[in-house]
Design a binder for this molecule. Structure first.
Ligand code: AMP
Length: 270
């Protein structure tokens, strides 16, 4: 039975873009979409354009049968699983790219993954044009990505709403991610330290203690436990500029490699 749709009587279409190898984080986006949309489309596409030449495009985990069975269980109406040729044509490269604002992508993940956010924005713009959703759902897990998409929609006057969805974590605090499967047994045990460090910095922000000290301690804790830290920073939640003391809302963002697996996470302090 379909829900009522919007005032015009048209059905409300929700899109959840993913790269597959689904977990409960993805399914929470689907759940949110099902709550407010009549029809839910999930796209599964490992987008070559957003991976750098030395990154893990080839070895990114894939299991379409398992994904489809999870999505059937989640009562998704349609799965869009295009090939690179479907999306980009013969050469697998688009002629036109979407370039997000430089100030937003020159820092944090953008600094360590040149070209990544152009690749994300370009494929998401294409997915929006193909699927034509009314609402698209993105996880706060990829906080910088969520801001990139929100800016793209606003700056290019795209006619849809973007809904952010909170991070889903394992019971030990590790943010769910398709890449967690590549952690060694020992790495998997250490990975929740990322969440511990975020919580410690958050507590320093809330206690109005020295945030720089908490960040330095957090970085050292990660390094002592075998992480290769790319960044651990306190930023303004709206622009991702470095936050000043006492400023709110802020977000603490981290990227670190463990077992050569790149893990990202964040925590908002509102
Ligand atoms: P991915 O397949 O990793 O590209 O993720 C697809 C979407 O799911 C993105 O909007 C992610 O931010 C979101 N997502 C991934 N992991 C989580 C998580 N642990 N909690 C909430 N959303 C997530």
């Amino acid at each position: 039975m379909l829900k009522s749709g919007d005032d015009s009587g048209r059905l409300r279409l929700g899109l959840v873009p993913t790269m597959g190898y689904l977990h409960e984080g993805h399914l929470s986006l689907v759940e949110r979409a099902r709550e407010s949309c009549d029809l839910v489309v999930v796209s599964i596409f490992v987008n070559p354009l957003q991976f750098g030449p030395t990154e893990d495009f080839e070895r990114y985990p894939r299991d379409l049968e398992r994904d489809l069975s999870l999505l059937r269980g989640a009562k998704v109406d349609c799965v869009f699983n295009p090939t690179a040729e479907d999306v980009y044509g013969n050469g697998h490269r688009p002629g036109t790219h979407v370039v997000p604002p430089q100030w937003l992508i020159e820092r944090l993940c953008g600094e360590f993954r040149p070209g990544h956010f152009e690749g994300v924005a370009t494929v998401v713009a294409k997915l929006f044009n193909i699927v034509q959703p009314n609402i698209a759902y993105f996880g706060e897990k990829d906080y910088q990505q969520l801001l990139v998409i929100k800016h793209m929609v606003k700056d290019l006057n795209m006619n849809l709403n973007i809904q952010g969805v909170p991070i889903v974590r394992e019971s030990d605090g590790l943010a769910m991610s398709s890449r967690n499967v590549y952690l060694s047994e020992a790495g998997r045990k250490k990975a929740p330290i990322i969440h511990e460090v975020l919580s410690e910095v958050k507590s320093a922000v809330q206690r109005k203690a020295s945030v720089q000290e908490a960040i330095a301690k957090g970085k050292q804790k990660l390094i002592d436990n075998g992480f290769e830290v790319q960044y651990l920073e306190l930023c303004r939640a709206d622009t991702l500029e470095p936050a000043n003391d006492g400023e709110k809302p802020v977000v603490i963002l981290v990227a670190a490699k463990l077992d050569k697996v790149r893990l990202i996470d964040n925590m908002i302090v509102s």
